[in-house]
Structure formats: C-alpha cells, structure tokens
Design a protein around this ligand. Structure first.
Ligand code: OOG
Ligand code: NI
Length: 462
C-alpha cells in the first residue's frame, strides 16, 4: 500500500486515547464524574482568568485540553515491556525519561511513553506511565520463582494485535481499517480482567510481599490503573471532590499554588474494591484509582535543581513525608520555601529557570521590512514583536509518582528496597534507549526561535 494511504501515528493515538477514555468510563463510573468536574472547573478558570485562556491560545493547548490525559500500567517481564514499546510506537509514542521508584519503596522502574514533537503533542497529548516490576528486588527466592513462572505463562497481547504491530513495522504504517482493528485489539491489553490467574492462597503470598506484586502478577493483563485528566486549577478540584462524594489524598503532590504554575501538581483518590474470581475462590483486590493533574512550565536543569532543593527543604522541615495529620503544616511550609522561586514569567526567563516558546506578533510582522526594527531576541521582545509563553511540562515527577503509588497502595507498612536505580537494565529490557526529556524541551524551544527568525526574515535568534 502506498505510504500516503496510511493513517498517521498521531491519528491512531487520538483514536486510541478516545477509545481508552470510553472504556474506562464504563469500567470506573467515578472517572466520568471526575471528567465532568474537571471540565466545569476548566470553564470557570477560563472565564474568571482570561489571561490563562489567552496563554493557552498562544501555545495551542486550548485545543488539546479536553482530550488531554495520561494513563498508567505496570508490566511483569522484559518481553512484555519490549512489546508494549513496539505497540506504543505504532501510535507515535516513545519512551521518555527514566524513573526509579525503588528508593520510595515501590519495586518498579518506569518510563513515560508519549509523543515527542510539539506538533504531535498538539494533535493528541496522550501518555502512558509504564512501570516494570523488579522481581530481583524480592528477597524470598521461592516467591520470586513463583511470580516469574506465573508471568511466564501469560500472554497480554492478542495474536491479531501482534500481527498488526509486525505489519506496521514491516510496511511503515497501517491502513484505516487496520488502524481501527489495531485500536480495538490493543484495548484488550489494557482492560480489566476480573478473573485472576492464581489461587487465593498464591494471591495472598504475593500480596504479603508487596501489594504491587500481586497487582502485576495475579492478573491476565496490565489493566490501566488510572486515567488522568488535566485541570487548570487543581486547588479547586481538591476542594470540589468531597462535594461530589470523592475523598482526595491528603496533600497535592508537587509545587505549591502559583500564578504561573511549574512542572506538575497531582492529587488522587483511593482505589476501588473489585470482586475477583481467583482460581479456587472469590475474593477482592484494589487496583484502580482516580487522579487529576495540573501542568505548568517545563524547567531547565537550573530550574529543576531549585525545585528539588525547595521540595527537599520542605520535607526536611516537616520531618518526613506529608500525610493526613500534618497536611496543613506541609502546605504552609511548601508555600514558604517556594517563595524563593520567582512566580513571574519574565524573571523565570531571565534567570533561565524554564523553557519557553516564542511567537511572532502582528506588530512584529508589520515591522518586518522596516529599517530600524530590533534584531536581537531581547530587543524584539521589548518592542512587542515577539511574544513568549512557558513551554508546558509533558513528563512526570518521581516524588509525586511515589506519593501517588503509596496513597493508593494503602498504609500497610512501607517496604524498603534502598536506592536501586538501574537505567541500563531498564533499557535492556525495553530493547531501546529512553529519550532525554530536557533535550526534547530544548529542541522545541529552538524550533520556535527558528520559526520566529524565519517569519521575521532574520538569519537566527539565540
Ligand atoms: C503509576 C503512578 C505514577 C503519575 O502520574 O505520576 C503516575 C502507577 O501507579 O502505576 O501515574
Ligand atoms: Ni498518574
């Protein structure tokens, strides 16, 4: 088939993201309630703060906001991870970043599969945080063996899906009908299966080692465990959740409330009790939960260092991780510490704390052929010929992810795995390298500067 008849990977991803949202709404009705709350709050924010809507119009995020979401899965073996990587590649999603969760007591390491180019992100910003179970961190050899042998026997992809992935790799794309089949076959991998692959006793053994191990090993597939919409005001959501009968976790993860948000703020609510048919008995399991996030500026290494330093100082002052009883104190310590992080786009830019996108204004275009117009970036900005907005953070935060994992795993004792980051082992399992998110932000920023230079007929803008 000629390449022009293939559906673009961006289009397949948009279809898959919509299908996933529909499926999750049916599986977890509370997700539908959450989506309604988020779109209500987003409308309120845009009406009450026109400058927020204006910024989103410059960057184009206003068009992607309604369909913006991320999901999360946990896989059990290297083969599963490598095949998931091939599956996501069909829809233009590539592994970005390496996250070590072992230091937070969760025996996994992770990456985020997502589109990497701003144009693709604009079409469909769908991402999946994907974790690989680390059986090597389990100290009981018999249990490790049991888990490995159970995982060895399952196949989380349908035969037709495997064919379609191979076909797409071979031909360089999928036709419309094949893309449709691909989406519906791929959904099976992510759906919830109420029948466990183990006996109730085996489940208990896995669960006693770590709840997450049971969640990965005992089931037929890596069920999507949450699907997270993006809100423009997570504080309003946190306040609004109880009025809809939803109980949020004690604190919002990430930076404090700001006029110009940075990175990522997240909150979540508890997993649902699901009825499970074990091989020999009925029982229950909690796997799925709800999560909401607010996204802000992507930080440069310098900005990220300042962020990490302020977050560490907050935790130090609190004397531990934030929980229910110290939530108020945590939030006020956080706000106090972060007063050292300028809440002003101009200062953030001048101090090199964040990445930006640049846009030529009508005024800039009109002045393009005049003799005395400025030719440096700063000059063009000062003259109103070039406008800038913060580049939105498209990734995740390990401390936040650990907080989300923990609040949903329950309070039954924290495991200790020490710090065991092993990016090489993860990439080896995945069968490819993970991309560096900072390089991606820098490239997007550079492309926006080149586009400005071209539109203004200048040779370059640095
Ligand atoms: C993933 C938790 C991490 C996030 O948004 O940081 C995550 C999981 O529970 O599998 O989704
Ligand atoms: Ni999440």
């Amino acid at each position: 088939m000629p390449a022009q008849d293939f559906v673009s990977p961006d289009n397949i991803r948009a279809r898959f993201s919509a299908a996933m949202s529909l499926m999750y709404k049916q599986e977890v009705p509370l997700y539908g309630t959450l989506l309604a709350l988020v779109s209500e709050v987003n409308r309120q924010v845009m009406a009450a703060r026109p400058e927020v809507a204006e910024a989103l119009r410059w960057t184009g995020e206003i068009e992607r906001l309604d369909q913006e979401r991320h999901g999360a899965i946990r896989v059990g073996t290297a083969t599963e991870l490598a095949t998931i990587g091939r599956l996501f590649a069909v829809m233009g999603m590539h592994p970005v970043g390496y996250y070590d969760l072992s230091s937070a007591g969760v025996p996994v390491h992770s990456t985020a599969f997502r589109p990497v180019h701003e144009q693709s992100l604009h079409v469909s910003p769908f991402r999946v945080f994907t974790s690989l179970l680390r059986l090597e961190l389990i100290d009981d050899p018999a249990l490790r063996e049991l888990a490995a042998s159970i995982l060895q026997e399952r196949q989380i992809f349908t035969p037709r899906l495997l064919e379609l992935i191979a076909q797409s790799e071979r031909d360089g794309g999928l036709s419309d009908a094949d893309a449709e089949a691909f989406v519906s076959e791929a959904l099976h991998t992510f759906r919830w299966h109420p029948e466990a692959t183990v006996t109730a006793g085996q489940y208990q053994q896995l669960h006693d080692q770590h709840r997450l191990i049971a969640d990965v090993v005992a089931f037929k597939g890596p069920h999507i465990n949450h699907l997270t919409p993006r809100t423009l005001d997570i504080d309003l959501i946190q306040l609004g959740m109880p009025t809809k009968g939803i109980a949020p976790k004690a604190v919002i993860e990430g930076p404090p409330t700001r006029r110009h948000p940075i990175l990522l703020r997240q909150t979540s609510f508890k997993a649902l009790q699901e009825s499970i048919a074990f091989r020999d008995a009925d029982g229950s399991h909690t796997a799925r939960f709800g999560e909401i996030e607010q996204r802000g500026a992507a930080l440069t290494p310098k900005g990220r260092q300042l962020y990490d330093q302020l977050l560490d100082a907050t935790r130090e002052a609190l004397g531990g991780a934030p929980v229910e009883h110290n939530a108020q104190r945590y939030m006020s310590l956080l706000a106090e510490q972060f007063s050292a992080f300028p809440d002003d786009l101009r200062q953030m830019r001048e101090q090199g704390l964040a990445y930006f996108r640049y846009f030529v204004t009508d005024k800039g275009l009109a002045a393009r052929d005049t003799a005395q117009r400025p030719t440096t970036l700063q000059g063009l900005i000062d003259a109103g010929h070039v406008h800038y907005e913060a580049l939105v953070y498209e990734d995740f935060l390990p401390v936040s992810a650990a907080g989300i994992f923990q609040s949903n795993l329950g309070d039954d004792g924290q495991a200790e795995y020490g710090s065991n980051a092993n990016r090489e082992a993860f990439e080896e399992a995945l069968g490819q390298r993970v991309q560096d998110e900072l390089a991606l932000y820098a490239e997007t920023e550079r492309r926006s500067l080149s586009a400005c230079a071209a539109a203004l007929g200048l040779s370059a803008l640095a």
